[in-house]
Design a protein around this ligand. Structure first.
Ligand code: SF4
Length: 435
């Protein structure tokens, strides 16, 4: 497990939806010890909050996908009115996303929301920010304080502190923006500290991944509040994924970051799936469900592996909850090696697949039967794990690679002799078949 930077800890939620802790490792204000909570995954609904039934459905869907916290936008009074009806129907802590109108924050607090997200930079009146702080303090609600690039860029005033910081960061690529972010953050936090309010989570997002890394690194050196990581406006899933993972993984491996949101111009369900997968990949959360390994395929492939992998992924995601490792490999070259490290594995030959469970060969089936048999073995294995009859990650026997010609129907001699029909992988259709 990667070590984490110690922070203060905040808690959101209630007895009904459960409590989510963010950060930790520094003593609580009463002096009691805290330990860092697992990094949590947040997302935000894409629909209108005032559409109560649709919003509830979307929150259910995101929570079922594994979101630990869900944020909703409350731009209008009808949205905070709707919150009163939404919150009692959902089973996950809800954050109200407030911009410009401090009244929305007060109404959201009244409606029973579990946390407020506020960029003090877009609420003009300091007294209004103080009103929100007092309302949250009265109910023990944390506040996320944002100094996101987009919300402060127009506020480059000539304050003395910013000039000082400008000199400190002058040699850095993002020196000017870092100076603004830190100066503004200090200014905002003073408002909270003056109210004796410390249940704060900080965010400093940008669409520039390298600025995100620099900003959060600098903030983590200067402040001990937990950090909400994210790359804002990251773009479509296809490229936004790379942009987000590039920034977030660099921070997380250095122990920085306590809750994350990956943001895509797409269904937020992908934000949850990819956020969880990032944390699983870094060992920052215990995996739920299947850890699927698959080969990229190459000129040796002799089954339609792309389709098989997608089918296996889809079906196992719905049916398997224990974190078993499943390997789907295209041929005998790397198949046995990966199969040895997996709980359930298949490696393919000439239109066939040999299936293993913890190193023991259980079947050799023709291609059309691979999917069903692999799923059956995964579900049987899951049942045994749940009944305590099998242990995850236990290798019972070493795999002896099968005789390729006799058992897999292929093999180098047969391939060399032109006796195996080549699978034709057509990138446009990803289909494999006899040509
Ligand atoms: S397992 Fe076989 S088919 Fe898959 S990439 Fe490796 S050599 Fe190619």
């Amino acid at each position: 497990m990667l070590s984490r930077r110690p922070t203060r800890q905040v808690t959101l939620g209630d007895a009904r939806v459960g409590f989510v802790k963010i950060g930790g490792g520094k003593p609580a204000r009463d002096g009691s010890p805290t330990t860092p909570a697992p990094v949590s995954v947040q997302t935000m609904t894409a629909g209108y909050t005032y559409d109560i039934d649709a919003c509830v459905r979307e929150i259910h869907k995101l929570a079922a996908a594994g979101a630990h916290v869900v944020r909703v936008a409350v731009p209008e009074k009808k949205d905070t009115e709707a919150l009163k009806h939404i919150i009692p129907q959902v089973q996950v802590p809800i954050v109200a996303d407030v911009h410009f109108h401090f009244q929305r924050a007060l109404e959201a607090v009244e409606a029973g929301v579990h946390k407020i997200r506020l960029n003090p930079g877009n609420i003009n009146d300091r007294e209004q920010v103080i009103e929100v702080i007092k309302a949250c303090k009265a109910r023990n609600l944390p506040i996320r304080v944002g100094v996101n690039e987009g919300s402060i860029i127009e506020r480059k005033d000539k304050q003395k502190r910013m000039k000082e910081l400008g000199a400190v960061f002058s040699g850095q690529k993002h020196g000017y923006m870092l100076a603004i972010m830190i100066a503004k953050l200090e200014e905002y936090l003073d408002i909270f500290y003056e109210q004796d309010f410390y249940d704060i989570v900080i965010s400093a997002k940008s669409m520039d991944a390298s600025l995100v890394v620099d900003a959060y690194t600098e903030i983590s050196n200067r402040f001990d509040h937990p950090l909400h990581l994210g790359v804002t406006h990251a773009g479509p899933k296809e490229t936004g994924c790379i942009r987000s993972i590039a920034a977030l993984s660099g921070l997380l491996v250095n122990g920085i970051g306590d809750t994350i949101r990956i943001s895509y111009a797409n269904d937020p369900i992908y934000e949850v799936e990819d956020g969880l997968e990032l944390l699983y990949a870094l060992g920052l959360r215990e995996r739920k469900g299947v850890d699927l390994i698959a080969c990229p395929t190459c000129g040796r492939i002799q089954v339609d592996l792309f389709t098989l992998v997608q089918d296996v992924r889809k079906q196992l995601a719905e049916k398997v909850t224990v974190p078993m490792k499943v390997a789907v490999m295209g041929c005998i070259v790397n198949g046995p090696g990966e199969a040895e490290g997996a709980d359930v594995a298949v490696f393919a030959g000439d239109r066939r697949g040999i299936i293993y469970v913890q190193g023991e060969r259980v079947a050799n089936v023709p291609e059309p039967e691979i999917l069903d048999r692999l799923l059956k073995e995964c579900l049987d294995f899951q049942g045994r794990v749940m009944r305590g009859e099998a242990k995850l990650g236990e290798k019972k026997v070493d795999i002896i690679p099968p005789d390729p010609i006799g058992e897999l129907g292929s093999g180098w001699e047969k391939i060399a002799g032109g006796l195996v029909e080549k699978a034709a992988v057509k990138p446009a259709q990803l289909t494999v078949g006899k040509t």
